[in-house]
Design a binder for this molecule. Structure first.
Ligand code: ZN
Length: 134
């Protein structure tokens, strides 16, 4: 067992190894292969295999600079996706807690907490009062 580990460590010298993109590819491979297995859609586990091959290719690659750049690019994209998702979730939470009404005379948008029954809303822009159910 120890011999194998030493051998593997020696093999990995000068090779890139694992990073965030590697973990992502590995996870994606697992998801696709599992989905392919359960749905019996061959294309899915083929895609999974591609992800897995890419993951190992990058891990054993000796072109460390290029792999590092790939990971940087991935981190940037990942950040943008997670930011968009965070914003979307915030909006959803807001829309659950608040209702947006438009003032009937000037069109000003007013945010009102939900679940307060019938309330009178005072427009801060033009001073119109109107009744709405929140
Ligand atoms: Zn108004």
């Amino acid at each position: 067992m120890n011999g194998f580990r030493e051998h593997f460590q020696r093999f990995m010298v000068g090779r890139y190894g694992m990073d965030r993109l590697g973990h992502f590819l590995n996870g994606a491979a697992f998801v696709f292969i599992a989905a392919g297995f359960f749905s019996r859609i061959r294309l899915l586990d083929m895609a999974g295999m591609v992800f897995l091959i890419l993951c190992y290719f990058r891990m054993f690659s000796k072109n460390i600079g290029k792999r590092f750049q790939e990971n940087q690019k991935f981190e940037r994209i990942w950040f943008r996706i997670s930011e968009a998702f965070r914003k979307w979730r915030f909006k959803l939470q807001q829309s659950r807690k608040f209702h947006i009404y438009k003032c009937p005379s000037c069109g000003q948008k007013i945010r009102i907490p939900r679940g307060k029954g019938k309330i009178s809303i005072h427009c801060p822009k033009c001073g119109t009062d109107f009744i709405k159910k929140s």
